[in-house]
Design a protein around this ligand. Sequence first.
Ligand SMILES: NC(=O)c1ccc[n+]([C@@H]2O[C@H](COP(=O)([O-])OP(=O)(O)OC[C@H]3O[C@@H](n4cnc5c(N)ncnc54)[C@H](OP(=O)(O)O)[C@@H]3O)[C@@H](O)[C@H]2O)c1
Length: 237
Amino acid sequence: MKVVIVGGTSGIGLATARRLAENGANVVIAGRDKDRLAAALAELGPEVTGQTVDARDEKDLARLFSEVGPVDHVVVTVTGPSGTTPFRELGLDHLQAHVSGKLLPHIATIQSALPHLAQGGSITLVSAASAGGAMPTTAALAAVNAGVEAVVPVLAVELAPVRVNAVSPGVIDTDWWSFLPDAARAEAFAGIAASTPVGRVGTADDIAKAIEFLIDNTFTTGIVVRVDGGARLGSPQ
Ligand SMILES: NC(=O)c1ccc[n+]([C@@H]2O[C@H](COP(=O)([O-])OP(=O)(O)OC[C@H]3O[C@@H](n4cnc5c(N)ncnc54)[C@H](OP(=O)(O)O)[C@@H]3O)[C@@H](O)[C@H]2O)c1
């Protein structure tokens, strides 16, 4: 089983690569930064291979998938800009950066992978709890992640028998949060953990487990699995 993880050099994608490789998959990871790629490959060991790719660039994606050859499953964990912005200060250039940084790479990766994807294969995307979360200052994140979720049922039908699913993470401790200094990040995570039913923020492997499930379960398509520690339900008493 060959799996390509675009965005697999860090965080959720890297944890997914680690989990799938440990369970015997032939894993290929891809991201833009060559040093980050090299560090990820060194950590994952010789069974995992990788390439640089910029998923905002269709030609670069086409080159990646033609070099990788036939593939069984594709996972997209590309992230756009991090941080949040009050809506009144949300410039269109910043909104555009969210669209071109996350929504377009997700869709472009699917299109580029399709000619190489096995009929019984799958595509797994990663959205975010901001889609439908009604959290002030997250309008750009919400719009883009709702866009990712919206294509899931459409493509599950249009591309069948290829299966198409997504995971929607809550707050996960990864480099996405590196825009906050360490102390501010620890304080933010403590506050989020206290207001989350399971009492903690998530790990990258919490999401990797859900991605692995969606790859493995051939009776599952067109769904978004929410892995957020119950945060959407509100604070515990
Ligand atoms: N962490 C959270 O709290 C959280 C919550 C909800 C949803 N999510 C979503 O989960 C997904 C993974 O996020 P993460 O937390 O694992 O972030 P991360 O640790 O920053 O990893 C993001 C990965 O995407 C790659 N990437 C970014 N832009 C790319 C591009 N144009 N082409 C190819 N690769 C690209 C990065 O490598 P390069 O920079 O080297 O390209 C990196 O490998 C994202 O879609 C994010 O929105 C995260």
